[in-house]
Design a binder for this molecule. Sequence first.
Ligand code: NAD
Length: 365
Amino acid sequence: MRVVVPRESAAGECRVALVPESVGRLTAAGCEVVVERGAGAAAGFVDEAYVEAGATLAEAAALYDGASVVVRVAKPSAAEAALLGEGTVLIGFLAPLTDAEGLERLRTRGVVGFAMESVPRTTRAQSMDALSSQATVAGYKAVVVAADRVPKMFPLLMTAAGTVAPARVLVLGAGVAGLQAIATARRLGAVVSAFDVRPAVREQVESLGAAFLDLGVRGEETEGGYAKELTAEQQQQQQQALEARIPDFDIVITTALVPGRPAPRLIPASAVQRMRPGSCIVDLAAETGGNCELTQPGDEIVRDGVTIVGFTNLPSQMAFHASQLYSRNVLALLQHLAPEGELALDFEDEITAGACVTRTNEDAA
Ligand code: NAD
């Protein structure tokens, strides 16, 4: 089995799909791994480390020759997809819910696509759950970015010059990213509150030492543990309750998402206006429209003295650890698809079938 690791080409993407540690595991199991020169450089993994792990380096032109599996972080561009041969297995964030055109392109070429977003979030597939690993990185980085923007320190300090009050942080949405943001802000010494529409989350929030903010809104949970979209009336109630509470906070980290839907609008412009100058909002939902009305996806702006950060790829800004975790997820999926070192795709299997988003006619038969 020849596994190919291209250098990511999407703007601002610094991660790499396999790090040398995972490459070593694959080569030890008898797989051939071909890495594009410089693929890991932006994440801190040099070519020599890949060679030491048993990989072969290749230039872009010859990269895909004889590839059985291509592993990526971001979905391939149209030009990259055109280089994939029929029957090649492609693994990456393929955006199955939003990029119909990209999927059609892969289907037409007979590429067997596995989307990391579609790996079932079951206990058995936990080691392959890249949504969680990257959300963990994003939640951590969101707090670090916010800490850097506000003109305040996080912890309570008793100094000879008097007491410094701790920063107050609000986390909206306490899923994987939100819980990591809470833990990180607590470690830095902030006083943290959090809210989520799923009532089951209260206990997790409190176990991390944060207070659960009661906004009087209770949403419902799907069977998969995700939030259901609020009704228009509930949304309005949430916005009003937040508008009243938000001036108490120096930092707001928003992570609220409803799968396959635009991000719920939690913070109207009028609520931003009520925040103290110097405060900061980091909107992790920027890519799907943002939880704050004023968020500019991909950008950082200052409005009424409040910094609003809408970066769309925070894991890429922590590319070393984000790649290391992603790489372990990809390796676990590869080991699942090729338990003996050669691809043995079993579409009766829940993980293989769930993650597969395009397949050849032969596979589908
Ligand atoms: P997500 O990224 O889809 O959403 C983030 C959070 O936003 C969720 O907690 C959601 O309830 C919340 N939210 C949605 N609308 C909101 C609103 N209007 N106001 C406030 N909050 C709102 O979710 P996620 O972080 O990927 O995970 C969500 C669930 O999946 C959790 O229950 C988690 O434990 C579960 N999960 C299970 C596994 C597993 O079993 N292997 C793995 C990962 C996650």
